[in-house]
Design a protein around this ligand. Structure first.
Ligand code: NAD
Length: 399
């Protein structure tokens, strides 16, 4: 079958197995060129795309870690390609096995008690205990494992409507958008999906099963960003969920410190992922950010960030540098005052006509397509490919 991108709104409903494999290979090559000393037995929750995939790649190929991953992806059917995360995982497992590393992936709902239990059993069979837990879930929905209630997250401002510039990334049209504020219930639901409760449940379950090394580290990811996105991000519904996630990190850190363990939040930079492309206003900001950071030689994607996190910030063995809220600031380059000042100037001036000079929409679009394995150098997109790609790890079919 010849696979072409089919874009619907802010997602692409097809994915290319060879292109996804190339995307993974490029990240593996980067990690291999930047080796570091790191933990050897790792659990990555949300391991198939974006920051979670890059974490798994950085730790496996930069530090020689063995990993168990959890994700929620779909294999190919007779009428559809698999999801990009499915193909990424297939490619990752193949490369990891070739390098002599253990890489086992469980495919299922990480919010459920069943998947937590299956993961713990897998850890006990494979490693005994894990030294590092990376929590990198991004989901629009969560069914609570105890009450059965399903919560949907929304990306809305709180308290008042928010008007801002935004971009249609497909047409390149810059326009004004007004977003209505969330209800109290929508705020609560977003916290239930993207806040810290599930992370805490994972850590409690791992600890009480004895599957967590006493001196283990755990890290979850957050974002702050510039003031211009505050009403829709940091001070909106998703920001409230991140406040809750960050409070969970502090609580976990206190609990884990008694046995030499640690819990952190890493505030990562804005990148194009399936999750961030769904946030209004943010794609225009990222397009300008790309232009400015590239011009300063500071551009980074997920893999560069994750190599820096595990290789430099967490991997040194000494004290970990954090801000006053106990957060590792990997967004230091994005938030540099000179970078932000330049972005603000371009933001104020940008419109549909001058977009090409002030922003880098091509780069944004290219990154977006690459999330689904399209637009990769060296891949023949006219070739017939088999969309059915199995995972090597046996656990995939059991989960
Ligand atoms: P992503 O959409 O690329 O990845 C999400 C991962 O979660 C995938 O592996 C997916 O399979 C998995 N997942 C989703 N629902 C699941 C479920 N029910 N069960 C099991 N797995 C499930 O997202 P991302 O952008 O890499 O985000 C990861 C984290 O990084 C989030 O906390 C996000 O807020 C944070 N972050 C993102 C950015 C950004 O710009 N993208 C910046 C800073 C921080």
């Amino acid at each position: 079958m010849v696979i072409q991108p089919k874009i619907r709104g802010f997602i692409c409903t097809t994915a290319h197995p060879v292109g996804c494999a190339q995307h993974v290979q490029n990240q593996v090559d980067y990690a291999r060129r930047h080796p570091f000393v790191g933990p050897k037995r790792v659990l990555v929750i949300g391991c198939s795309t974006g920051y979670g995939l890059a974490s798994r790649i950085a730790l496996t190929f930069g530090a020689g870690a063995d990993t168990i991953g959890v994700c929620f992806e779909k294999p190919a059917s007779d009428t559809r390609t698999a999801t990009a995360g499915w193909y990424n995982t297939a490619a990752f497992e193949r490369l990891a096995h070739k390098a002599g590393r253990t890489a086992i992936t469980l495919n299922g709902d990480a919010f459920s008690d069943e998947v937590k239990q299956q993961t713990i059993e897998q850890i006990q069979r494979t490693f005994g205990q894990v030294d590092l837990v990376v929590y990198s879930l991004a989901s629009p929905r969560r069914t609570h494992p105890r009450t059965g209630e399903t919560f949907s997250s929304v990306i809305k401002p709180i308290g008042a409507p928010f008007s801002s510039k935004t971009i249609d990334v497909h047409t390149g049209r810059v326009s004004e958008v007004t977003l209505q504020p969330a209800t109290d219930e929508e705020v609560r639901n977003t916290i239930a999906v993207m806040g810290g409760e599930d992370w805490q449940m994972w850590m409690d379950a791992l600890r009480s099963a004895g599957a967590l090394a006493p001196d283990a580290t755990t890290v979850a990811y957050s974002y702050i960003g510039p003031e211009l996105t505050f009403p829709i991000y940091r001070e909106g519904t998703i920001g409230r969920a991140k406040d809750d996630l960050e409070a969970t990190a502090l609580r976990l850190h206190e609990e884990m410190q008694a046995s030499g363990g640690r819990a952190f939040i890493s505030v990562n930079k804005a990148v194009v992922t399936q999750s961030s492309s769904a946030i209004p206003v943010v794609p225009l900001y990222i397009s300008i950010l790309f232009r400015v950071m590239k011009a300063h030689g500071l551009h980074e994607g997920c893999i560069e960030q994750m190599v820096r996190l595990f290789g430099e910030r967490l991997g040194t063995g000494g004290d970990v540098a954090t801000d006053e809220k106990h957060r590792i600031r990997l967004d230091d380059r994005e938030m540099r005052p000179d970078i932000q000042a330049e972005i603000m100037g371009k933001w104020a001036a940008v419109d549909s006509e001058n977009l090409g000079e002030l922003a880098n929409l091509d780069e944004y679009r290219n990154d977006f397509l690459q999330l689904f394995g399209f637009g990769m150098d060296g891949v023949d997109y006219d070739a017939d490919v088999d969309p059915q790609v199995p995972w090597l790890s046996a656990a995939a079919s059991e989960a």
